[in-house]
Write a protein that binds this ligand. Sequence first.
Ligand code: SAT
Ligand code: MN
Length: 637
Amino acid sequence: PFLAPATRPWSTRRAAVPTPPGGARHARLMAWVRTIATLTEPDEVVWVDGSATQRQGLLDQMVRSGTLVALDPVLRPGSYLARSHPDDVARVEDRTFICSVDPQDAGPTNNWRDPSVMRAELEGVFAGSMRGRTMYVVPFSMGPLGGPISQIGVQVTDSPYVVVSMTTMTRAGTGVLDLLGTDGRFVPAVHSVGMPLVDADGDRRTDVPWPCHPTKYIAHFPESREIWSFGSGYGGNALLGKKCFALRIASVMARDEGWLAEHMLVLRVTSPEGRPFHVVAAFPSACGKTNLAMLQPTVPGWTVETIGDDIAWLRPGGPGTDGRLRAINPEAGFFGVAPGTGPATNPAAIATLTHDVIFTNVALTDDGDVWWEGLTDEPPAHLTDWRGESWTPGCGRPAAHPNSRFTVAAEQCPTIADSWDSPEGVPVDAILFGGRRATNVPLVLQARDWAHGVFLGATVASEQTAAAEGPVGVLRRDPFAMLPFCGYNMADHWAHWLRLGDTLSGRGVPLPAVFGVNWFRKGADGRYLWPGFGENSRVLVWALRQVEAAATGGSATGGSAALAVESPLGLLPAPGALDLGGLGLTEEDAAALFAIDPAAWVEECGQTEEFFARFGERLPTELAEQLAGLRDRLGAR
Ligand code: SAT
Ligand code: MN
């Protein structure tokens, strides 16, 4: 139960909120910071200015306190290793709450909590939660400062690890306060690790390297655009600009304001003729988004550059533009999974990680460098594992946690596009949706039109693997790869996509082409049919040639040089139009990559119907029609 600050015995010290650099111009911001400081009772309040000096000071302080290990300055300059509490290693979906006034607005796929009940609960847990600690105030911009698609947030946190991570992952510091002026809009985000250093009797306790709390709250208030996060220091739970703001809260802002906040990578692809294309792609976790974002194409003459690897904000271009959908990467860094990242799978990521990286939960080598499964074929003879214990090959434990991460500035990536931080964003030519599907879904297909594309997005699923809970082979539905990230009713999200398409078409603005892709189809013998990684460029080339054909007036399916053929699922590459040569594929493999089994698809339509039924009347009729159309084409009606 909430204890009013005045009745708490330890509340004699109230932290003074210092004037931020540039002056206390924004009355609402100052009042909010004072309110949070009064509730959480830190020893001190510090404004994060974004300077290298302040950042280095925090890094040095964390080395002294044992939160960070400084890596060897020659092998890995400017880099550090953090080891988290063993129970604070991932997002906590069952403790992630959408606190909309109406439960229907959260929808059947989110954990809903009554906002007033949650507020009271949060006041209880945050009361005095920063005692003995410093409260940092981090003003940050998602997207280039002042850009037409960008948004501002302010996070308070008692974790220096979160501060330095936020200064890498977002544009943080005093420039954001200047932009906010006296009454600019910002999303307030409160974060505490939930382990005060002074107890109710006023006794101090010693800190631990990774403070956290067993009971976590990742709470979102979509109507008031607020975030409250308690008990965790892990990225997706604690770096509140990322999933909490840039996806859950931003998706609600986008719904209300006519734009999109999506779980998508952003690529710039240039053809041999020098024509640039921009592609966004949504994939669920563990489906290779970072690898595709940093893809090294194998198709001669084509180049691929990185713009973003996790989140895209898309907005119709304003006055003075052609009005097409434009995308930015709202982040400024990558928070990528380390295991499986190696010179063969993602050389650009390896080159990105040579300096100035914060690693979390990877293994430490005896000479002060890092290692994880997949970095090299053979592990070193001895390591310190992610828990800080001695490790030797064959000991039966992974050296790095499977969700161990790197945090690094986007501009360190050798394949980063010049336009990656363009404030206006880049025009979107193609949208890809994909999951991990051993069966049914072809390597690539194109949606017939926008509504069909929304249907492809709404029906994204990934097959359950043995590694996750639940029976193997069962489809986990992950519409738009947004299942854990949509801040409102998923069916309303589909309706919003349909509406946006209507709006743009109504203005005569061309819409991006939409494709479904699947790198993970397996043969009858259980082998992956497709080599993936750099060879995925072959699929991009086919898709973008389709985009080009449509733009030059050629029909996608017509004519003798047709690139595509009709199928019940959508447009497939015409024979020979997608180059499969030189990959060692047998003819059966090549056919199996695109095979459509009508009986299996009729079965899958039944599962889609069940899934759609969860949304009741909120399901847009267009999607029910798409499902009926698919059944018709399969001959199932
Ligand atoms: O949620 S995180 O950003 O920490 C990682 C992810 O799931 O993409
Ligand atoms: Mn993600």
